[in-house]
Design a protein around this ligand. Structure first.
Ligand SMILES: NC(=O)c1ccc[n+]([C@@H]2O[C@H](COP(=O)([O-])OP(=O)(O)OC[C@H]3O[C@@H](n4cnc5c(N)ncnc54)[C@H](OP(=O)(O)O)[C@@H]3O)[C@@H](O)[C@H]2O)c1
Length: 218
């Protein structure tokens, strides 16, 4: 798959590492070209000269940027090149004090991206997985779950396949509206870090799923 990753922080680096390891073609962009350049050198990705350059090169665009400070302006920037592309929203829209979600009681970050990016096929994925496990999907001997929400069936199936290709058990959770719950689940994982030892290496896993069910639930 041809993938653009926007953002070269914890998530951009981990997902680019995982995608490249699985043989995907990745173009990475960031507000600081030194950061995207460093990730590109470390992973074999291409460093884009701009966010738009990265988007134009790809079929799948992964948004790995802070939501509150960057999302709407980034959406405006990439909107001219986004029609028909799959946009994967990995963000967790934390409030400025990190003790809640900016989106509480309203549309999720993913639904807001869908409104800002008409023509894009927006999917929520990977946001419940800490960066520490995004390129390392086995924890305590358990294969982690990647939850995927989206309204476009082909886009959702494509991202389920992408998640499987980098080692996760992939699970469709339904339409993009389910991103509200995915963002809440991710926030709970963040809020629990103090209780769970501050490893940032814990993860959510659904157990008890009968064999074969997930393959039918794309
Ligand atoms: N960290 C995790 O474990 C984790 C897990 C799941 C989801 N998430 C979510 O994923 C997103 C990224 O998290 P992170 O930990 O990777 O954050 P991070 O380490 O702060 O990285 C964010 C990256 O986005 C870049 N950026 C900011 N505005 C940009 C713009 N307009 N255009 C291009 N690049 C821009 C930043 O560049 P500068 O540094 O130059 O500003 C930085 O490279 C957040 O929404 C977070 O909630 C994080």
């Amino acid at each position: 798959m041809d993938i653009a990753v926007i953002g070269a922080g914890n998530v951009g680096r981990s997902l680019t590492t995982a995608f490249r390891r699985a043989g995907h073609v990745v173009t990475i962009a960031s507000s600081d070209p030194a950061d995207s350049g460093a990730v590109a050198i470390a992973t074999g990705a291409r460093a884009a000269v701009s966010n738009l350059d990265a988007v134009r090169a790809a079929d799948i665009v992964v948004l790995a940027i802070p939501f509150g400070s960057a999302a709407e302006s980034l959406a405006r920037e990439i909107a001219p090149a986004i029609a028909g592309k799959i946009v994967v929203d990995v963000t967790n829209p934390l409030n400025p004090t990190y003790d809640g979600l900016l989106t509480a009681g309203g549309p999720s970050a993913a639904e807001q991206f869908a409104a800002w990016l008409p023509g894009a096929r927006v999917v929520k994925a990977f946001n419940t997985l800490f960066a520490s496990v995004q390129a390392d999907p086995i924890v305590d001997g358990v294969q982690l779950d990647a939850f995927v929400a989206g309204d476009d069936d082909v886009a959702r199936t494509t991202i389920l396949d992408l998640a499987r290709s980098i080692g996760f058990r992939a699970m469709s959770v339904g339409p993009l509206a389910r991103a509200r719950e995915l963002e809440a689940v991710a926030f709970l994982g963040i809020a629990l870090q103090g209780t769970l030892g501050n490893t940032w290496h814990t993860a959510w896993k659904i157990v008890g799923v009968p064999a074969g069910v997930l393959e039918q639930a794309a």
